[in-house]
Write a protein that binds this ligand. Structure first.
Ligand SMILES: Cc1cc2nc3c(=O)[nH]c(=O)nc-3n(C[C@H](O)[C@H](O)[C@H](O)COP(=O)(O)OP(=O)(O)OC[C@H]3O[C@@H](n4cnc5c(N)ncnc54)[C@H](O)[C@@H]3O)c2cc1C
Length: 396
């Protein structure tokens, strides 16, 4: 058991800190307010090789693991970028590259991975539907076999980055629901190229993370070639679990980084602000204790998250990884949420001002109790799969 980062991992963390310096909170404040994509930031990520971090050298990347990607994400977030430091990497590297690497064909890898490394191809994942969020097994989007390939029809919602993505990992039902009597639902994964006249993308006005649009996506008779399917047909749920585990770990790392960022500003402020007499507000235990408690939780969550990533990189099954990934997600979001809440409290009324930035990180951190999986559903997973308690929700 070795708790130290390797020299290479320390270098990756150092590169993340270096690049983050060029994209301080004021940069993200402006992007969020104008609701525009952080083009310069994404180009910088590609320049330093972060868009190809987990992609093998054969396709132009640097062939590192998810562990290294999480380290990069946390440092980007903690050193000024907030959730934006990880967001685009999750959409393209995790939803796109990682899924294709683990489950794609050689032709699919050759088609997408070099473009992801260069920053020319962005990805999104179309899983959630208006009537199927937490309950993926209720997916209604269908993929019907036709001559030469597939015809996709359905509606997706909250699909982040769909307005810019060139590739969309699409989850669709490939048989009727009757096949779900088995252990897994009959879902399949497809790689759809965007934009397409058969796909209507409409951004949803939302609370935070406005440097990325999350969109309603209407799919009407989208014709895909046979080789757009990520094999095997009907077994997409098993493949998707890898992506969803990695997504949970990525958001855990991003949450810890965002909370570190919020906390560091609050601690600095608390040393100088005096309200009653000469003692700075940072010396009041009413502020210190909750921040220290949150900090302890964040440290524990990082260890869990790195344990989950190590398992993931070693090729452990999705079920083995799932237990630790969900523990990390729940713990990271609980403690980071608390950290940002109390950081905002430290600033008093000032924390409510746009220029203080902490209100933005509060809007960002709030997302993570709702997505990528709600805290309740992650707790349900731990209760059932880790602790062996009866399932709290059923399948129809
Ligand atoms: C900004 C944003 C970006 C997103 N980006 C993407 C994306 O890129 N791609 C994508 O596919 N999806 C995306 N999502 C969707 C996200 O993954 C879902 O919102 C999330 O999984 C929850 O699903 P839901 O919203 O349908 O909530 P629901 O499933 O309707 O749940 C509603 C509430 O009921 C609770 N609940 C439900 N069942 C139980 C139970 N058994 N026990 C206890 N409580 C329960 C839930 O915890 C939740 O609080 C995004 C969402 C947001 C807000």
């Amino acid at each position: 058991m070795d708790f130290d980062l390797t020299e290479e991992q320390k270098m990756i963390a150092g590169s993340a800190r270096q690049v983050a310096k060029d994209f301080p909170p004021v940069y993200w404040r402006e992007k969020d307010a104008r609701e525009v994509f952080a083009e310069e930031f994404y180009r910088a990520l590609s320049r330093i090789g972060f868009t190809g971090l987990i992609i093998p050298e054969k396709y132009g990347g640097s062939g590192k693991g998810l562990t290294e990607l999480l380290i990069a994400m946390e440092e980007l977030a903690a050193n000024g970028c907030g959730l934006g430091g990880a967001w685009y990497l999750i959409l393209t590297e995790v939803f796109g590259a990682l899924t294709i690497l683990r489950h794609g064909t050689e032709a699919q890898r050759a088609k997408y991975l070099p473009g992801i490394v260069s920053g020319d191809i962005e990805f999104c994942m179309a899983l959630t539907e208006p009537d199927a969020g937490s309950n993926t097994f209720d997916t209604r989007t269908t993929a019907s076999k036709v001559a030469g390939g597939w015809l996709i029809n359905g509606a997706k919602t909250f699909i982040s980055g769909a307005d810019r993505a060139k590739g969309m990992l699409t989850v669709a039902r490939t048989t009727g629901k009757e096949r779900d009597a088995g252990k897994t639902p009959a879902l399949s994964l497809f790689l759809a190229d965007l934009p397409s006249p058969s796909v209507t993308v409409t951004p949803i006005a939302k609370h935070g993370v406005n440097y990325s649009h999350s969109c309603d996506v209407e799919i009407n008779d989208l014709a895909l070639p046979g080789d757009a399917l990520l094999p095997p047909e009907n077994e997409g749920w098993r493949s998707l679990l890898d992506t969803l585990n990695a997504e949970r770990m990525s958001f855990a790392a991003a949450a810890i980084g965002t909370a570190r960022l919020a906390m560091s500003g609050a601690i600095e402020y608390s040393k100088g602000r005096k309200v009653f007499g000469d003692a700075p507000i940072g010396s009041y235990q009413g502020l210190q204790f909750p921040l220290a408690e949150a900090y302890a939780g964040m440290e524990a969550a990082r260890l869990l998250n790195l344990q989950a990533a190590t398992l993931f990189d070693s090729g452990a099954s999705a079920a083995e990884v799932g237990a630790t990934a969900n523990l990390a997600k729940v713990t990271a979001i609980q403690s980071s949420h608390k950290a940002v809440y109390w950081s905002m409290q430290v600033f008093g009324g000032l924390g409510y001002a746009r220029d203080a930035d902490v209100e933005r990180w509060w809007r960002e951190i709030n997302l993570l109790r709702l997505a990528p999986i709600t805290q309740q559903l992650a707790l349900g997973y731990i209760g059932e799969h880790v602790m062996g308690m009866p399932k709290s929700y059923g399948r129809d």
